[in-house]
Design a protein around this ligand. Structure first.
Ligand code: NAD
Length: 372
């Protein structure tokens, strides 16, 4: 198969869909990889590294798009790129054309096939392809660092000749993949960490990292679908915010990572709650670039907002801030996915073949121009 990699077009996107390492894996399996010159530069991968891995370098997107059967992507394809796809090209990426954004109509016109990695089922066979988890892990790590960097106080306990500095208190709200990595990062930096998640199962994972589980006197979710939380009703959300208020007020740094797939991010911290935090405290909202707003009422994607004495940092494409490792993990997920979707070197392409494979059936949202 001829596989393509272009420079990502979405704003603030620094990642690349395949690194030389992951391209090499596909080449070793008998595929050819064509990379647009400079596609990996923002992720610290130059053309020579791709050449050394056996990939071919094309100067323009058209050079690549004219050849490939499968285009790998990270973010949303722009209209122009989508309109230049050869008829019948398959695309693998993280932005389903079914979500109402992006060039869905053009992809239909081009009879394209689209595999959306965010729809990957969380089954054992798919773990190596789990791009949502790898990118959430990067984001959680960054959130811990950003909180430490923005806080005008130490994270660790320090005993000095000038006196003892107590450790910072960090509160993590939402303890999925990103939240657990934020907990681990804040712990490594010496903070005292507590965390809360609406899923009851998260308590054990929080404790296993040496953090304290915040047990609220409200209902938690004991059963989940695919491990994901469900959206709560408005009255339950209000009870949750009320119960969280004293914990938010007591924290030096709050890191919010709560999400519900396909739904707006839950509002966990209101302006009123921020007003109860001490001056100099910080809040890092990883959900801030959600189109409907983040976990904190005051956060703005990519901005530091001051409210009273509190600094609120809104995340915006946070995995791209660590583009090198984010791309390395994403590329590993991407190459594992492509290899799993091939039979004798050819991509699954009939409705029957797609339906017979649990991963393909979950991820294939568009097949030869028809939405499934
Ligand atoms: P996610 O990004 O969808 O959500 C992040 C976290 O926010 C979740 O833990 C969720 O419970 C929490 N949340 C949602 N609403 C909330 C609210 N109102 N208040 C507080 N917290 C709220 O989730 P994720 O990080 O993708 O992971 C979800 C689960 O799936 C985790 O248990 C994770 O360990 C598990 N997981 C399993 C696999 C696998 O089995 N292959 C892979 C990755 C993750």
């Amino acid at each position: 198969m001829q596989i393509g990699v272009l420079t990502e077009q979405a704003p603030y996107e620094r990642r690349v869909a395949l690194t030389p390492e992951s391209a090499g894996r596909l080449i070793a399996a008998g595929h050819s990889v064509h990379v647009q010159s400079g596609a990996g530069l923002a992720a610290d991968e130059d053309d020579d590294a791709y050449r050394a891995a056996g990939a071919m370098i094309g100067k323009t997107p058209d050079e690549i798009l004219g050849i490939v059967d499968l285009l790998t992507a990270v973010g949303q394809l722009d209209q122009q790129t989508a309109s230049r796809l050869s008829p019948g090209t398959a695309v693998v990426g993280l932005a389903s054309p079914k979500d109402g954004r992006g060039p869905a109509g053009v992809l239909v016109d081009r009879h394209a096939t689209f595999f959306a990695l965010e729809l990957l089922p969380r089954i054992t066979r798919a773990q190596s392809m789990d791009a949502l988890s790898s990118q959430a892990m990067v984001a959680g790590y960054r959130a811990g660092l950003v909180a430490a960097e923005r806080l005008p106080r130490f994270f660790p306990l320090l005993m000095t000749a000038a006196g003892t500095v107590p450790p910072a208190k960090v509160l993590v709200l939402g303890a999925g993949v990103a939240g657990l990595q934020a907990i681990a990062t804040a712990k490594r930096l010496g903070a005292v960490v507590e965390a809360y998640d609406v899923r009851a199962a998260a308590a054990e994972e929080i404790r296993s990292l040496g953090a304290k589980f915040v047990s609220l006197d409200i209902e938690s979710q004991t059963s989940t679908t695919g491990g994901y939380a469900r959206e709560q009703a408005a009255d339950a959300q209000a009870r949750q915010r009320k119960a969280l208020t004293p914990y938010v007020a007591a924290a030096d740094a709050v890191i919010t990572t709560a999400a519900v797939p396909g739904r707006p991010a839950p509002l966990l911290v209101t302006a009123e709650m921020v007003e109860k935090m001490r001056p100099g405290s910080v809040l890092v909202d990883l959900a801030a670039d959600n189109p409907n707003g983040g976990n904190c009422e005051l956060s703005r994607p990519g901005e530091d907002v001051r409210h009273g004495g509190v600094l609120i940092h809104g995340g915006r494409n946070v995995p791209s801030e660590l583009a090198g490792h984010a791309s390395r993990l994403y590329g590993a997920n991407m190459s594992a996915f492509i290899l799993a979707m091939c039979r004798d070197g050819v991509l699954l392409s009939t409705p029957e073949e797609i339906a017979a494979d649990e991963i393909a059936a979950a991820c294939c949202v568009l097949l030869k121009g028809e939405f499934r």
